[in-house]
Ligand binder design. Structure first.
Ligand code: TPP
Length: 567
């Protein structure tokens, strides 16, 4: 092939791709092999700075990349053509919904097979190789199908650069015969990406800041609400700067939990309408002006469209535009620039926070259990709360864990992740694998319902294999309880498993796993002491048995409101 004679053995597309991944902060790739990607994998793992994390299935490899991208700013998974590609696609759609730059790399057909009438294995049996690409077009922001060495360099670079710029997943298909062939374009260490940063239009920015400052300056008790797009806008720090400068009461939407320090002196909790932190919704909804930075209002975050907000009172700041009181809109204004600019000119007003302090009554504590009383969910979360430090992070699966974890008070530095927009059950198992891999110095505490766990359970074995030391609370309530509270039927009851038995089978006497099954507070206390003491270097799996109707009160409220929105 072209250029083979002038190149050394490292000047291959596979090595180039590996170097690019390392350059953007990726040191682990989540993979499932297949004959279309084997050579590619050889050349990726030849890169000493890249570790291969072999997963049990592609869905989990994709979820792992999602979890990894949340802290590293990018992640990659590698799968095989169509059978792997179509399996990972649900995870990639989830990463898209969460604005995560996941690079989904697929080992594709031999470049010589394109344009022939050949039928390939792993396809649905027609001589058309575009099915997988067409599926990915709807869930990624860019697709590169690399079938030639000459332009492979630029195709790969453009795909990765687009993922970073858009903060969305991209698809790169690489013909299976090409990754190991040396080519002159891959000789050198890649020149670093010259990503052109987006900038605000200075005049629009100035006008937006001026209009916002005037609007907020006229308000008596303005408040700030952070939304999940703070992350994609890289504006969380600027938002806190604005909170410091303004003295406004500070809250977050549920999907932004963890993006703003809850230890901030004016923090009032999660704004989630009827199911948010007590006194938070009252303060937000009674304010005469609110600034939402990066909100997503959907049926879930709006609690079945029951929020009591008025557009005329709102400044909505999106990653690159600002709308004030449903009137003037300022385009080409970056959220970060806007918040920083506003922080410089804002007038201090602590009225809303003072009102909050005046009316605030702390949450009650649950009734203490009788000795050996069956464990209640609110007792469980009291104990999880005590485990949180700046060396921990929380991962919350879709289900009642959303509501229970949302109520945890995060100490400074404690991470928090969940997948609220897409809400795909099973996400947390794969995401835990990737998240823990990305932050090895923290201990991740995952709260996972039994129904969700059943979807993606296999990759607990990958956590053991990679010596991860997370703590999984498997909440065994016998069913799809969140669905029960929206609309019940016999389909919401699931087969009970011996969950500790399942993960012990994965362990199979290799690696460090510790399990416990707990039914009362006494057993829970002992299990937590062991998991955080003697077994702190183990993957700890604590199956918590609770009553099927034991839920957070927020789920009951939210479920009935979402139910009416659905009917
Ligand atoms: N399939 C996928 C992939 N994602 C979904 N969100 C659903 C189905 C619908 N769904 C949402 S939550 C849920 C289901 C089936 C049940 C979750 O049950 P479990 O994990 O046991 O948590 P619990 O509600 O009991 O706390």
């Amino acid at each position: 092939m072209e250029g083979a004679e002038v190149c050394n053995k490292d000047a291959t597309m596979g090595r180039h791709l590996a170097r690019r991944l390392v350059e953007i902060g990726i040191t682990d790739i989540f993979t499932v092999p297949g004959d279309f990607n084997l050579t590619l994998l050889d050349h990726l793992i030849a890169e000493p700075r890249l570790k291969n994390i072999g997963c049990c299935n592609e869905l989990n490899a994709g979820y792992a990349a999602d979890g990894y991208a949340r802290t590293r700013g990018a992640a990659a998974c590698v799968v095989t053509f169509t059978v792997g590609g179509l399996s990972v696609i649900n995870a990639i759609a989830g990463a898209n919904s969460e604005n995560l730059p996941v690079i989904c790399i697929v080992g594709g057909p031999n470049s010589n097979d394109f344009g022939t009438n050949r039928i390939l294995h792993h396809t649905i049996g027609i001589p058309d190789f575009s099915q997988e690409l067409r599926c990915f077009q709807t869930v990624t922001c860019y697709q590169a199908v690399v079938t030639h060495l000459e332009d492979a360099h630029e195709q790969i670079d453009r795909a990765i650069a687009t993922a970073l710029k858009e903060s969305k997943p991209v698809y790169i298909s690489i013909s299976c015969n090409l990754p190991g062939i040396p080519h002159p374009t891959f000789i050198r260490e890649p020149i670093p990406f010259s990503l052109v940063d987006r900038t605000s239009n200075p005049a629009e920015l100035e006008a937006a800041v001026e209009a916002a400052a005037a609007f907020l300056g006229n308000a008596v008790k303005p408040v700030l609400v952070g939304g999940p797009k703070l992350r994609v806008a890289k504006a969380a720090e600027a938002f806190v700067e604005l909170a410091d400068a303004s003295g406004y009461a500070l809250s977050v939407m549920p999907a932004a939990k963890g993006m703003v320090p809850e230890t901030h002196e004016h923090f009032i909790g999660t704004y989630w309408g009827a199911v948010g932190t007590s006194f938070c919704s009252e303060i937000v909804e009674s304010a005469d002006a609110y600034l939402f930075a990066g909100p997503i209002f959907n049926d879930y975050s709006s609690v079945g469209y029951s929020l009591l907000l008025k557009k005329e009172k709102a400044i909505i700041v999106q990653p690159d535009r600002v709308v004030i009181a449903n009137g003037p809109a300022f385009g080409t204004v970056l959220m970060k620039d806007f918040l920083e600019g506003l922080a410089k000119v804002i007038t201090k007003n602590t009225t809303a926070y003072e009102n909050y302090e005046r009316i605030f009554v702390p949450d009650g504590t649950p009734n203490a259990p009788e000795p050996n009383e069956p464990l209640r969910v609110n007792i469980l979360f009291q104990h999880i709360q005590k485990m949180l430090t700046d060396n921990t992070a929380v991962l919350a699966e879709t289900g009642d864990s959303w509501f229970n974890c949302q109520k945890l008070k995060l100490p400074a530095g404690c991470g928090y992740e969940f997948q609220m927009q897409y809400g795909s059950i099973g996400w947390s198992v794969g995401a835990l694998l990737g998240y823990a891999q990305s932050i090895p110095d923290k201990r991740v505490i995952a709260c996972i319902g039994d129904g969700s766990f059943q979807v993606t359970v296999q990759d607990v074995s990958t956590m053991i294999r990679n010596e991860q030391k997370s703590i999984i609370f498997l909440i065994n309530n016998g069913g799809y309880t969140i669905e029960v509270e929206i609309h019940d039927g016999p389909y919401n009851v699931i087969k009970n498993w011996n969950y500790t038995g399942v993960v012990e089978a994965f362990h199979n006497d290799e690696g460090k796993l510790w399990t416990a099954k707990v039914k009362c507070e006494e057993e829970l206390i002992e299990a937590i002491a062991t998991a955080t003491g003697e077994k702190e270097d183990h993957l700890c799996f604590i199956e918590v048995i609770v009553h099927k109707d034991d839920t957070s009160k927020e789920l009951l409220e939210w479920g009935s409101r979402v139910c009416s929105a659905n009917s």
